[in-house]
Design a protein around this ligand. Structure first.
Ligand SMILES: NC(=O)c1ccc[n+]([C@@H]2O[C@H](COP(=O)([O-])OP(=O)(O)OC[C@H]3O[C@@H](n4cnc5c(N)ncnc54)[C@H](O)[C@@H]3O)[C@@H](O)[C@H]2O)c1
Length: 379
């Protein structure tokens, strides 16, 4: 028996696809059957013909008999309602916000796994879609800034004089921030970077950027090594210490996030007002509230000559490669929940399965989602 894997069209302007033709071949090689909804790859440039050539069945009657549905973003509830009862769903499901979707998945006894809940461990590295998409976003953020900045990034020595390199500041040096540093360095910018976790200094310096130390005396990382939310007073001291670096920067890329919480506010309106007109801020954390007080998610504003951009679709702007990486992450996850004999198998003693599972058998399993939805403590 083969697992019947369905790939529906994405909704709400998503350009990425959950499975590329290349990954269709991998899934078939693992003994699965892949069904792709007609038009799935249109936005990114994969044709129905390419999917068919890779061995997928291309159809408009997608859900019939599906065991597993793979998506990029959360399906609209009316589409989720068509997932066969008892089937599985895997993708970025935004479980804390998608109340209606979770209700539908519970009602249909769907086993749903959220890629944003896959643990960030070495064991789960091949399935770490947060990292692969953050990498694409960090790269694209710098290209967007370079396009929107009225300045040339590298130093130019010309007969008309010397143009100094752009001064670029990165706030938050996780996966996206480190990729932003590397990309900005390749473009010839002079880069400095700040992160609350002192252990990233070495990574920042090895990429040729200057590390700005955090003025934070409390332990900034939680036991798991992730950043945690700071007390208001600490956050204010952090802003004060960053004011000078922010004012000196021509371009700022902000990527600071706290898992499960709102993004930390690092750049106040007053700090923006101290920047030179013509400077650009690209706030990669816009979707979780942003690191700059003036950021509007999905927006692009100019305040006293400083452009503040809050793109929420950076990975989607490089949709082919972002899809390729995401599809490989999904392939690895599918391998993890398959028994090799063509069946799905969920081992809830396995930390990857238990952490990532949002709903199963008519229940919300994920403790943080239960709290977000005001459900009682996990059974
Ligand atoms: N396989 C693995 O083991 C693996 C893979 C990926 C990431 N990780 C780890 O996961 C952690 C998070 O990575 P991420 O890229 O998803 O991070 P993230 O997107 O959650 O946050 C981005 C960065 O913002 C920083 N930050 C948070 N609050 C801040 C503040 N107030 N000021 C300045 N910076 C602040 C964080 O320290 C982090 O480096 C890191 O420790 C990373 O090394 C591990």
């Amino acid at each position: 028996m083969a697992v019947r894997i369905a790939i529906p069209n994405e909704t709400s302007g998503e350009r990425r696809v959950a499975v590329t033709p290349q990954v269709v071949r991998r899934l078939l090689g693992s003994g699965h059957h892949v069904v792709v909804e007609s038009g799935t790859g249109d936005a990114v440039g994969f044709t129905d013909g390419e999917y068919a050539e890779a061995g997928a069945e291309v159809t408009s009657d997608l859900y019939q008999g599906a065991d597993l549905v793979l998506v990029v973003g959360p399906p609209m509830p009316d589409r989720a309602a068509r997932i066969p009862e008892g089937a599985a769903l895997v993708g970025f499901l935004d479980p804390f916000a998608a109340t209606e979707l979770i209700g539908t998945l519970v009602a249909r006894r769907v086993t749903a796994f959220a890629m944003e809940a896959v643990p960030r461990t070495t064991l789960a590295q091949a399935m770490d879609a947060q990292s692969s998409q953050a990498s694409a976003a960090g790269y694209q953020a710098v290209l967007l800034a370079a396009t929107m900045s009225p300045r040339i990034f590298p130093m130019l020595i010309t007969a008309a004089g010397t143009i100094p390199p752009v001064k670029l500041l990165v706030l938050g040096a996780g996966v996206a921030g480190l990729q932003a540093i590397a990309t900005a360095r390749r473009l010839g910018a002079v880069v400095s970077a700040y992160d609350i976790r002192p252990q990233v200094r070495e990574q920042i310096e090895s990429l040729g950027a200057r590390f700005i130390a955090a003025p934070v005396d409390e332990s900034a990382a939680s036991a798991s090594g992730y950043a945690k939310e700071l007390a208001d007073e600490t956050q204010r001291r952090q802003q004060a210490a960053l004011t000078e670096s922010v004012a000196a920067a021509d371009v700022i890329i902000t990527t600071a996030q706290v898992p499960g919480g709102p993004a930390p506010m690092l750049i106040s309106r007053e700090m923006v007002e101290k920047m030179r007109p013509g400077s650009v801020i690209v706030d990669v954390a816009a979707a979780t509230g942003g690191n700059c007080e003036l950021t509007r998610a999905g927006g692009d504003i100019v305040h006293r000559g400083v452009r503040v951009m809050g793109p929420t679709d950076l990975a989607g702007s490089v949709a082919i490669d972002a899809s390729e990486m995401y599809a490989r992450n999904l392939d690895a996850f599918v391998g993890h929940i398959s028994d090799g004999d063509g069946n799905l198998s969920f081992d809830f003693d396995d930390v990857i399965v238990s952490d990532a599972c949002i709903t199963h058998n008519g229940r919300v399993m994920h403790p943080v989602t239960r709290r977000a939805l005001n459900l009682e403590a996990p059974e």
